[in-house]
Design a protein around this ligand. Structure first.
Ligand SMILES: Nc1nc2c(ncn2[C@@H]2O[C@H](COP(=O)(O)OP(=O)(O)OP(=O)(O)O)[C@@H](O)[C@H]2O)c(=O)[nH]1
Ligand SMILES: [Mg+2]
Length: 335
């Protein structure tokens, strides 16, 4: 079994005869912005080509630092990302940004806002920004975001930043794929630390209290500290709390220093590798789930059948347990 899983890593060529994928990979690797855009759109579309592309790009990924940034709506995440991007650009690093907005029904404005705010980078090919607003996308939002991050990583970007609103499980899953996770809180707004999803609090490697120019930053800090004393982490890292005013750049050097310090912490005892292994475990499970379900839909359960079965079960003409068993038993043997 183990031997059969020793898959060869296919470099650059993708599958024989798939010259288009190979050409796209070459152009992405050469830093062509239009090719990068196209590659990301292809990946988002979840076509057969997207899988071929990801197979061909994967060997080149794994070098970027993945930075996840989450927090309540309007907390200043995009402004922070903007500042961080400027900072890293001054160090000569290249940046890819994925801004995920799962609340897409009303996010048109927010994303437009992101675009306008980030226009200061417009002329700089060293910063590539992509907004994603596709709730319910095939294969799941977290998984698609991870794939988009892989494309940016493989394109040679030094740092890939993922921004997402911290409101649910999707967001926890999204930032979980990052090497470093930053949770952004703000004073006031009525959202005390307690009301922020506990899951999000737990995944923070670094806390940022943004809008520290406002009343109440100290209170938020005390609340985080109180929470930290209750919930211990598995490793011996105490997430630092950095106060920022993203709109004028205050605290950004301190935030960058905190990120560096956490990276150093990760390097010790191979924690970075352990974390990536954990992340991949989750992702592979997720990918298997998707792939199996797709196969079921493709070969074993048409739309019409699904509707008919549902009606039969609802009318108690058929039991759902035997039904699922029958479908699963047939898997792997498409006629
Ligand atoms: N006073 C103050 N305003 C800020 C600060 N940082 C950001 N803002 C403002 O807060 C508003 C929201 O900022 P964004 O960066 O769009 O926040 P966001 O978290 O990305 O918002 P969504 O992506 O829509 O959830 C903007 O008007 C910013 O100018 C800050 O440190 N202090
Ligand atoms: Mg934003």
């Amino acid at each position: 079994m183990a031997d059969s899983l020793a898959l060869p890593i296919r470099i650059e060529g993708a599958q024989a005869g798939n010259g288009q994928v190979a050409d796209l990979v070459r152009r992405v690797r050469a830093g062509e912005i239009r090719a990068l855009s196209r590659a990301i759109s292809t990946v988002e579309d979840h076509t057969g080509e997207s899988r071929e592309l990801l197979k061909a790009l994967f060997p080149y990924s794994g070098n970027a630092m993945l930075l996840g940034l989450t927090g309540s709506p309007g907390a200043g995440k995009s402004t922070l990302v903007d500042q961080l991007a400027h900072h890293y650009r001054r160090q000569g690093k290249t940046i890819g940004v994925v801004a995920v907005d799962p609340t897409s029904p009303f996010s048109g404005g927010a994303i437009l806002g992101d675009r306008i705010r980030m226009q200061s980078h417009h002329a700089d090919p060293g910063i590539f920004i992509r907004s994603m607003a596709t709730r319910g996308s095939l294969g799941g939002l977290a998984s698609t975001t991870a794939d988009v991050a892989t494309v940016l990583d493989a394109s040679g970007r030094d740092i890939v930043i993922i921004e997402t609103v911290g409101v649910g499980q999707d967001e926890v899953d999204i930032v979980r794929l990052a090497d470093v996770t930053i949770v952004v809180l703000v004073p006031g707004m009525g959202d005390d630390v307690q009301t922020i999803k506990a899951g999000i609090m737990e995944i923070a490697d670094i806390f940022v209290i943004n809008k520290a120019d406002r009343e109440g930053a100290e209170r938020v800090e005390r609340e985080i500290r109180a929470m930290q004393s209750l919930a211990g982490r598995k490793d011996d890292w105490t997430p630092p709390i950095i106060k920022t005013v993203a709109s004028d750049g205050t605290g950004i050097p301190e935030l960058v220093a905190a990120i560096e310090k956490y990276q150093q912490h990760l390097q010790q005892n191979a924690r970075a590798q352990i974390r990536r292994i954990e992340n991949w475990r989750g992702r592979i499970t997720e990918m298997l789930r998707d792939a199996l379900f797709q196969r079921v839909l493709q070969y074993y359960l048409s739309e019409g059948e699904a509707a008919r079965y549902a009606a039969e079960v609802a009318e108690h003409k058929r039991d759902p347990y035997s039904l699922v068993e029958k479908i699963v038993d047939g898997l792997g043997k498409p006629e």
